[in-house]
Structure formats: C-alpha cells, structure tokens
Design a protein around this ligand. Structure first.
Ligand SMILES: Cc1cc2nc3c(=O)[nH]c(=O)nc-3n(C[C@H](O)[C@H](O)[C@H](O)COP(=O)(O)OP(=O)(O)OC[C@H]3O[C@@H](n4cnc5c(N)ncnc54)[C@H](O)[C@@H]3O)c2cc1C
Length: 212
C-alpha cells in the first residue's frame, strides 16, 4: 500500500476492497467493500424488493459466502473473516441503473412534474458518478429555471438527455468490467444493453483495527 490507501483483490467475479481512511500510531481506521453481480432468482443475497430500511439486515448466506472464500492473503484474510464480520455494522446495497425515457419525462413535464438526478438516471455506487451528475443537474436546472422559468425545463431535458444516457451506459460498462472474471477479454465483458442492471454490494464504513 505504498502509493494508495486502497487495495483490492478479485475472486472470480467478486471484488474485495479495503480502504484505509485514517492512520494514527495506535490504530488504523479502515472500511471494506465486497461486491459481485447478482446470480438471479436463486441468489439468496439478491433481494430486489427489500425496503431501504433493511440495508442493515444481512442474510446468513452472506457470512457463509465470505467464509467460503479461499486462499485470501493478508490483510484480506483478517478483514474478511466471517466470524468477525458478524459483529460489525454491515450495509447491503443493490446497485441499480435507471434511465427514464425522454418521452416519459416530457409527458410528465407538460403536466408540471419535473425530475432530475437519481430519479431520472441512477448509476451504480461502484464505477458510477451519480453524485457528480446529480450536482451538475441541480446547478443546471436552477440556472434553467432562473432564466426561463419552468417552461424551459422540457428544453433542458433535451440538452441533458445525451449526458444522462452516456453516464448510465458508461457506468454499466464500468461495473460489468469491475465484476468480470479476470480472463475475460475487454471486448466481451459488457453484457448489459438494457435499461436496468443489478449488482450487489456489501459495505462497512470505518472499522477500526487496533494495532498490537
Ligand atoms: C453507499 C453509497 C455510496 C455512494 N458513493 C458514491 C460515490 O463514491 N461517487 C458518486 O458519484 N456517487 C456515489 N453514490 C451515489 C450518489 O449518492 C447519488 O447518485 C446521489 O446522492 C443522488 O442524488 P439525489 O439528489 O438524486 O438523491 P439522494 O441524494 O438520494 O437524495 C434524495 C433525498 O430525498 C429524500 N426523500 C426520499 N423520499 C422522500 C419523500 N417522500 N419525502 C421527502 N424526502 C424524501 C431522501 O431522504 C434524500 O435525502 C453513492 C450512493 C450510495 C448509496
């Protein structure tokens, strides 16, 4: 970790990531991420209809999956220890992309209902730039309304839609690449062409490791 505060290993299509947030002589503050593609209907960790409030409800199968990881080197072996993880605060996210059609946005806009940011174009947490795109929308829409009022919003949609589509498309390619098995060729690692893709992410922020 000489040049970075982030280290990562891949096991097949799963990513194990550790970030060092802070270091003092006494302790490290680290966070970790475990992410992989959804395995579809038979995947016990894929819960597309769970409420947001259940992000802290971690299925037992997660700990079994972590426990089955083989040949982890340090510090991955230490951090991704299923027994230790049971006592940590772990969050479970479903990473989705969304792109609402331009015609739908315009139809609702004509009725005076306007959307922006994740409500129109959501990108996965990993490999996405959702926050950057959202800030740009907020500033752009405010400028548009200050200049033309809400009547300018339909035109604003026209000018932004290409950027939104490009952002979602690029984020889908990026998450597919991140979760691709190492042997895949770059040309064949992008299986997504549709509007929606779902990947899983387990996340822990600020786990402190006391140095002994
Ligand atoms: C764990 C995590 C990590 C992320 N990391 C990154 C990153 O590293 N880089 C990046 O670019 N993006 C990242 N993102 C994505 C980024 O946070 C979003 O793209 C961005 O916040 C979208 O902004 P938004 O305003 O559309 O939605 P939000 O930020 O979700 O804001 C929506 C707000 O509406 C409120 N709300 C919802 N329903 C109602 C209601 N009925 N009444 C009143 N209020 C309501 C919510 O409480 C919330 O405050 C991450 C997201 C998550 C979840």
């Amino acid at each position: 970790m000489k040049d970075s505060n982030v280290i990562e290993v891949k096991q097949k299509d799963s990513i194990l990531n550790i970030s060092v947030n802070e270091q003092t002589p006494e302790q490290f503050s680290v966070s970790w991420v475990y992410s992989r593609p959804s395995r579809g209907a038979s995947d016990a960790l894929h819960k597309p209809n769970r409420p947001l409030s259940s992000a802290t409800a971690i299925p037992a199968e997660f700990y079994q999956e972590i426990g089955a990881l083989e040949d982890l080197s340090q510090p991955f072996k230490e951090i991704f220890n299923a027994n230790k993880l049971r006592s940590e605060r772990v969050l479970h996210w479903l990473m989705r992309t969304i792109l609402v059609s331009l015609s739908e946005l315009q139809e609702l806009g004509r009725e005076g209902v306007f959307f922006m940011e994740d409500a129109v174009h959501a990108e996965p947490i990993i490999g996405g730039n959702g926050a950057n795109a959202a800030i740009r929308d907020g500033v752009g829409l405010a400028e548009c309304i200050s200049e033309d009022g809400t009547t300018g919003v339909l035109k604003w949609y026209d000018t932004q839609y290409g950027r939104w589509k490009e952002g979602v498309d690029e984020s889908e390619k990026m998450i597919a690449k991140v979760h691709s098995e190492p042997t895949y060729l770059p040309e064949v690692i992008y299986p997504f062409s549709g509007i929606e893709t779902e990947e899983l992410l387990f996340w822990n922020r600020k786990q402190s490791v006391v140095l002994t």
